[in-house]
Design a protein around this ligand. Structure first.
Ligand SMILES: [Fe+2]
Length: 223
């Protein structure tokens, strides 16, 4: 079995109660809150329902337990591997590790073909996990664009899916975007998260499961 040198548990599911508006893992889509439709004669444009932010750690863990196919590995395995890599790279930075654990959670809540899952994920976790975790999540796609811009060879490490979504996400940065990214206080941590994101796609890697992360999530949770 391949791994990152992390001794840990398997990815057994947490003992959580699934909210009624969430499908079981393996379902076809997850829409956590659906606004009531307008009256039947309302001809105004239909706006897609907007997921509501996570209110509890249990709710978040339920959505993270997403065994559907993702990019090479399942969404759950990808998140667990990313968090485990960051625990090795930044053992004292729980915010960064947890950001790795949740960085693509918006895609488990609702498919996001427009490539905006980073800001959407930040909105989902900000109230529960705090501004730094949310800001780290928000920046992980811009970090990919940054690395594409400053390291031409970086494109070679991107998976097929990451290469395809790069087009939707804006490709390489322009001069002003690059300067703004390089001025940002979180720049180094965004890049750290991004590099873990790119590596967290190893089929069969042995990493700690969701239960390992519950205390860390509860330590950050505001409710
Ligand atoms: Fe990812």
């Amino acid at each position: 079995m391949r791994g990152f040198g992390v001794q840990g548990t398997t990815s057994s599911p947490p003992s959580t109660v699934r909210p009624a508006n969430l499908p079981a893992a393996g379902g076809t889509s997850v829409t956590r809150a659906v606004e009531p439709r307008a009256a039947r004669c309302d001809t105004s444009p239909v706006t897609p329902p907007q997921p509501r932010p996570f209110g509890t750690v249990d709710e978040l863990l339920t959505v993270l337990d997403d065994r559907r196919g993702g990019d090479v590995v399942t969404a759950l395995d990808h998140h667990l591997q990313c968090a485990a890599l960051l625990a090795l790279d930044a053992p004292g930075d729980v915010d960064l590790q947890v950001a790795g654990l949740v960085h693509d959670v918006a895609s488990s809540v609702q498919p996001r073909p427009s490539g905006d899952h980073a800001p959407a994920g930040a909105d989902l976790v900000r109230g529960l996990l705090g501004d730094r975790v949310a800001d780290l999540v928000a920046g992980h796609v811009d970090a990919k664009r940054y690395l594409v811009t400053v390291e031409p060879a970086y494109r070679l490490v991107l998976s097929e899916n990451s290469t395809a979504t790069l087009v939707l996400q804006g490709e390489a940065m322009g001069t002003d975007e690059l300067a703004a990214f390089e001025r940002a206080p979180l720049r180094e941590d965004w890049v750290r998260l991004r590099r873990a994101d790119d590596r967290a796609k190893v089929v069969g890697a042995a990493v700690p499961g969701l239960a390992h992360w519950r205390p860390k999530l509860e330590g950050l949770a505001r409710c």
